[in-house]
Design a protein around this ligand. Sequence first.
Ligand code: ADP
Ligand code: MG
Ligand code: MG
Length: 254
Amino acid sequence: MATLEIRDLHVTVEVENGTKEILKGVDLTVKQGETHAIMGPNGSGKSTLAYSIAGHPKYTITQGTVTLDGEDVLAMEVDERARAGMFLAMQYPVEVPGVSVSNFLRTSATAIRGEAPKLRTWVKEVKSAMEQLQMDPAFAERNVNEGFSGGEKKRHEILQMELLKPKIAILDETDSGLDVDALRTVSDGVNRVRETGEVGTLLITHYTRILRYIKPDFVHVFAGGKIVESGGPELADTLEAEGYEKYTKGGAAV
Ligand code: ADP
Ligand code: MG
Ligand code: MG
């Protein structure tokens, strides 16, 4: 079983007037088969955590470790992280002009699997995954994220997750901007992958709404650049009732 271990992670970014520490000692272990929800106020550093694990060049790790089965993730190039089985669905997916969804998916799958997927089964796999996510087949020929609606971008992220079958998936606010029907479709997609038992999911969210559809095993409250409380699913109910106020008082937000 693959295990992602984050230990005492500190991360800084360059801002106008110097360097700002955003992550201030994050500790978290995510195992294949588990679902962890990370919930926290806006600006607390949740996306920074996702980007830092994925290897975004803007974020500098100043302290701590991230390992996947003991391998140093932080020493890996971004593409090596993907090949090792890590996947990030971004809060704000980026456009890839001139590259169709279909080509993008096949290229990604080829890179990750180490060989091109057999064309016939691949086409079927993509078609069926798109159907389940209620995506129009014509979508496959559109350029990645170009002119996509918020809901289409999120479906496309989950389509990638379904096809690339990561060991560890980080979903950064996959629920934001979705109406109830789209939220259900996207959650169903995540649950299909989860039910294989082969993915460890880190579900980052600001709202408890998605947790009605995707049931986490663990809930962590993130505030001021670190995890300040951990518990089971009942912690999400407390947050729903009480909000984040008690965690942000006294300037805990970044
Ligand atoms: P969240 O996802 O929890 O809303 P973020 O990780 O996006 O929080 O941001 C946390 C803090 O770090 C914010 O104050 C944000 O402005 C700052 N920050 C994040 N990324 C950058 C960046 N690339 N450059 C400058 N500041 C950043
Ligand atoms: Mg944040
Ligand atoms: Mg964010």
